[in-house]
Structures are given as structure tokens and as C-alpha cells.
Design a protein around this ligand. Sequence first.
Ligand code: PEP
Ligand code: MG
Length: 886
Amino acid sequence: MSAVTATETKYVYGFPEGSREMKNLLGGKGANVAEMTRILGAERVPKGFVITTEACVDYMKAGKAPESLDGQVGEAVQKLEEETGKKLGDVSDPLLVSVRSGARESMPGMMDTVLNLGLNDESVLGLAQRTDNSRFAWDSYRRFVQMFGNVVHRIPGGMYESAIKKIKEARGVELDTELDDRDLEELTATFKQIYKEQTGEDFPQDPKEQLRQAIRAVFDSWNGKRAIEYRRLNRIPDEWGTAVSVQQMVFGNRGDTSGSGVAFTRDERTGEPAPSGDFLINAQGEDVVSGVRNTRDISELSEEMPEVYSQLIEILEKLEQHYKDMQDVEFTVEEGTLYLLQTRDAKRPAQAAVRVAVDMVSEGLLSKEEAIASIDADKLDSLLHPTFDPDYEFESLARGVNASPGAAKGKIVLTAEDAIEKAADGIDTILVRPFTEADDVAGFHAARGILTSEGGKASHAALVARGMGRPCVAGASALSIDLEKKEVEVGGRTLSEGDLITIDGTTGDITADDVPLVDPEMNPSFKTILEWSDEIRRMGVRANADNPEDSRKAREFGAEGIGLCRTEHMFMDTDRLPKMKKMIMAVTEKERRAALDELVGLQQEDFEGIFEEMSGLPVTIRLLDPPLHEFLPDRTELEVEITKIRASGEGKDELEQMEKDLRRVRQLEEVNPMLGTRGCRLAVLYPEIYEMQVKAIIQAAAAVKKRHGEAPMVEIMVPLVDFERELEMMGEMITKVAESVDTEGVDYLVGTMIELPRACLVADRIAKHADFFSFGTNDLTQTALGFSRDDAEANFLTHYLDEKIIEASPFETIDIDGVGRLMEIGVEKAREYKESIKLGICGEHGGDPTSVHFCDRLGLDYVSCSPFRVPLARVAAAQATIEQSG
Ligand code: PEP
Ligand code: MG
């Protein structure tokens, strides 16, 4: 459109010059308005132009607008004036424009907008005359002064609100709509006064200057606090910048033949194939979305404006057919004429997403592949957890970050120990903490849900809760938690330990009401999506499960086996822990074997239960990998006790044993337990431990085969291997044990975790002794990055995210450049030696959609994740296959 010289970057595009393909340059909103202008015709879409994201990026880089920008904007304005036959600032019939932000991906409500730009002390009179509506003109002007001050100069909204309140009181009226044109004129003067006091300048009268400032303010809003936080949560890169759309204003507040609304092409909550939305007669769009007036259901528009309604319905259909996706549109009716202001792919909750996807396939609008690709896999696990009863009205105390989906209620406990104790008595609890640490994890198991006042989606609490399928609301900063007094202050109320609290990890809601929870029923559309995903995906999906109950759940969710059974988890409960401690504390081999004899039967029982649940499917059992310190008595406590006994002379009988324990604890204590005697290193020192486990596994498999005739598919996995000799030794030991028991002809595979950088680099040598590999990306991340997960999450990870040193937590999404590269080497080397080697992943990342895509690209055979994430991993795996073949 403009006469940009060859050396100048083109920063401004007229709507007819753009298209939906230009989203990166024009932002989602700008590209869609351009596209809409093409589909619906210029008379349905108010005219305008877009300033590119590139202009914003250059502005941010240089700290000032590019030199040619104002010139290009000036030309675009001139063109707009010609097309509309109106002029900015005209005293008889002024052109008014909106100035809106629009990033590549929609960031609803995160950035700023200025409406009614172009009004000044003179053009307001022109507008009044032209529309024959003085009240409307002054209302538009006062709104503009208010918005401009707020957006461009950050003048607090409260200042304007109190001025409105004051004038309403003076006039003895309650509603804004009861103020007449004189009142609004007076209010405008007050607002301009506020502007002058706050900025030291008069309110700008030149519309070109207004536009110049507004464009810069929208650029600046890209770096506003809200927008930055939103980008971090939604992993939107900071470098994208926002586009700015400048569009002729149309007015929904010009009387009873005007109005504004938002409409969805299908129901935005359920996905039902019927348009939904809200509208208001005689109102601007802001009135509809801000919630100051009670909106009306879109279906009622058919009574108010039958013709407009049928035009709207026709347009909604047309847009959906064109975009092949559910649309969310904003419209305005100005004196009986319908205008579409914007359209975008509708954000929708998981239940609507699956319904729309399935319906669109049966309507012939999408292929199964396209339907599956349209779903945000990350959101799907909200369909598998209980929710608040939607018909129950509750009083919200506060809202936090919706960190792990599902609703839960229970009595408040403030320590992990209390959660465990209460769980043993069958009492449901919610663990409430400022933040959580590694030691709290046992409490996660015991509690129904987790609530923290600090941290966000990448916090320790959030990650662990998601992995376990426990609901979690994190970072509820309105909560003030006093661990000493065992009290929680929130919303002006004080809740004590033992009081009821209810949380919804899907929405972030917190309430003290006893909200009934509804168990999820398998959504039929979700079922269909999962079936289609299974037809499409290449990779297998297994679950990480350590007991029969989780195994059953995993199978219900479609797991095709167990990819990781952590045997040390089998000893965490109160009955078994002492036996395990005894084994770890044993000084002589004889003592250790005696302790192991007490464990072997329990292990075998557990394995039998798991094999039965998983009959016909592979079960990977990992031999013991205990961080020793988790099983040792607390040294300081022992020392204090011993000193007390020595001083008082009471309890002398136990003294000898305690002193022996203390000596052993001191011996076993390590400086860095996570890098110490863990995994197969333990078995190199004390082979009898793994011998016991292998015996229990083989005997359990044999017993199950005897009972049911079918042999379980056993895979024995050795953890933390660095050197090929380690695995070779373990393989020899496993063969020896298997030969010593009656196997009933049960077969088994031997494999290893690949969770250390060295193992990736020498994977070909390790592969000589392995039937399969499973990437343990939790430890691989810790060791590749040199991050201890607990320390990173507690101390610096959030800061690293804030500082943009990293884009996402490496414990949530595979760090592709580092950890991913090591995995790639591991895969290459392993297949070099043994092409048929089975490869999987069992770190937490196995349930993260982005990581699932990466694993597919690597050619892994399966991913394994916690049971609750199995369904979304099935969908993500299908999406990965679709992406690969596309
Ligand atoms: C891993 O390291 O990725 C793994 C699955 O093992 P764990 O988390 O039990 O150390
Ligand atoms: Mg590990």
C-alpha cells in the first residue's frame, strides 16, 4: 500500500494486503482480520491496517521506534481516511480508530488496547452533531481520555473510578448510564485534569500524536508484568513481539439498534455444535467482556434483531468452514449493520476440545489426523480427575496457579508427617505449605491434594503432584501460612489445622466450603480420540507403577505394560520401612541376608499382584535404586537421644543398639547421596540385595504362570549403569539366580536404565549385555546439567526461568540441546551394535507432550509415564506420528 523505498523495511500492511498465513508478522489478530476481510468482504469488517511484530521487535531492540515507522503509519492513515471518507480530528465527522495489540499467539487480556482514538475537544462536538447524540459523543470522549491515560501513562484506573463515583453521588444516581451529556462533559474535564496532574502535560489534542503515543504504549505492553508472566506459563518466546492493529471504530452504543457481543461457533464449554456467546444492546465491546453489565445469551439476539442474528449465524458457519476450527468472534452492530471485528481459533477446555474434534470428523470438516492434531494434549488429563460439582455455588477464598489438575478436599495439614499420620487413620487431608521440598514427597502420597502459597507451574510441588496425579494449586499468594501457629490466613479468614479446605487444581480455586466432588466419567468423545490415537501412533505407551492398584489404573487408561516399577517404593510404607532400614543398616553379610529373608516374600507378593494386573503385557522391574539417606535413621536425632540417655541414665537398655546404629549411620553417610552408592553400585558392593530381588521376581512370575497358564513378560532392569562391566556382572548374577530357582520355564529380558551421560556415550558397549534400554531422563537431566533437582527447584530454577536463561524447566520438558543430544548419541550407538534393541523412556518426561514428540523423532519404541498421564501420552504419540508423516 505505502510507498516504502527499497531500503526501508515494510512495517505497515493494509488489511487487504494480509492473510492468515502472515500470523508471524501481523499477529494472530491482524492476520485474521485481514483474512476475514477477504472472506466476508470489506463492508463486514471495519477498515484498517496492521503495524508488524517486526516493528515492535526493532522498537524493543533499539529502545526507540524505527525511523520510517511514523512516515509509514502516516501514509496508512491517509489511505484509511480516503477509504472511509472521514478524517482524524475532523470537526464535523471525525474518523475514530481503535489501537489493539495482537501477538502471534493469542494472549487474552494480557496487553493493552486504546479505543475511540481521534477524539479531542473539537471533534467530540463533530461526533455529537453527526450522530445527533451528544451523550454518546461525550461518553466516547471520556472513555478515551480514561483509557489513554491508563494505557499510555499508567495512571491508576482507580483515580477515574473514584471520579465517576463522586459525580454519581453528587447527582444522586446509581448507574453510569444515568449520567447525562452534561455530566459526562464534566467528567471528561475532570479526567483531563487527572491527566495533567499525573503527567504534567495537557491531554494531547492532535490525533496523530495520540496515535503515535498509543502505538508505542501497545509495544510497551508486550513487556508488561502480566504479559511476561503469561508468556512464561504458556512458553511463548519473548522475542516474538506484538503487532498493532489500527481499525476504524464502529459503535455498538448508538442506541437500541446497536449492540456488541462475542460469539463462539460452538458451545465454548461443552463443544456442542450450537453457537454460544453473549451480547448487550446499546453497548461497546468492553462492556460485554468486563462484566460490569449482565450480558444476555446470544440466542436472544434472534428476538431483538432477527435479521442481524441470521446474518451472524451465517457468518459463523462460513468462518468455521473456512478455518476448519471452532472460532471465537467479536462483533458490533451499529445502527442495524453487523460488523465483525475479529475472529480467532477458540480456546476451549479439554471436554469441548475432544467433542469438537470428533464432531468435525463426522461432519466431514476434518480428517481424523487433523482432529487429533487440533487437541492440546497437555490439557487432557483434566478429564480424568474429579471436579467440583458444577451446580454447586461456592465462596472462593482465593485463586492460585492451576498446577496439577483435579479437585480434592480434606482437612488442612501443614507437614508431610501429619499427612502420613492422618492417612493411616483414613482421614483425607490437603497438605498446605509455603513450598515443598524432597522430604515432603511422602506426604504427597498420603494427602488428597497439595496447596502452596509460593511457586508456579514449574515448582517442586507442581511437578511432583503432576507426576503422581495429585491435584495441586500452587503459588496462591493470598495465603499467609503460619507453620508455628499452624494457621492459614486467607481472604480475611483464619483457618486452622484440621479445618476443611477444598481445592481445584484444574482452575486454581480454593474454598473452605464442602463442595461436592464429581468423579469423572469417561467422556465418549475422549474415548473416540484415544481409539483413533491408538490406530495412528507408532510408539507404545507404558506406565510407571509400583503396585497392583496403580497397575490396574494404568491399564484402564490404556497402558500397554509397565515401563518402570521402582522397587524401592515398595518399602516406603510404615510396616515395611523398618525391615528395609534393617537391611540397609546390616553390618555383616549374614545380618543382611537375614534382613533380606524378611523382605523376599513381601516382594514376591507385590510382583505377583502386578503381573496379574498386567497379564499379557510387559512389566519392567527395576532393581533397587535407593538414595541411601532416605532409608537411614536421622543422625542428629540419634546423637541427641544418646546424649540424653547418657546424661539421665534412663533407657540404658537401648543405648548399645543406638551406639551401634550411630556408628553405622556415620559409615554409610555420604556427602552427595544422589551421586553416591546408588543403583547397581549397591549391588556391586552387596550382591545379595539384587539376588533376593531377582529371586522374588522369577518366583513370582513362575507362580503366576502356574496359576494362569500364561507367563508374565518379565523385563529386569538394572539402574545407574556407567560401565559395561557393571551390566555384565549383573547379567551373570541374574542368570545364576534364575538357574537356581524353579522358573516354570518363565523367560525374561535383561536391560538397563540409561541415565548417566557416560552410559549414553558408550551405549554400544553397554548394549552388548542388554536386551533393552530405558532412558532415565530424571537422573540424566540432573547429571547432564549438573543440577540436583531438589536444589534447583528449591533455589534457582524459577529465577533461571524469569531471567530467560532457560525456556522451560528441564525436569518437565527434555532439554533437547543437552540431554536430548546425549539421548540421540545413546540411540545411535545402541542401534549401531544391536539394531533390534528395544528403546524406551521412563523419566517424568515420558508424560510431557513436547518430550513425547522428541522421543518419536529419536525413534524410541515406547514412552512410559505415570498412570494419569497415559491417555495424554497416547494422544501426544499420535500427534507425533502425524507430525512426522506430515
Ligand atoms: C530417572 O532417573 O529418570 C528414573 C526414572 O529414575 P528415578 O526417577 O527413579 O531416579
Ligand atoms: Mg534414576
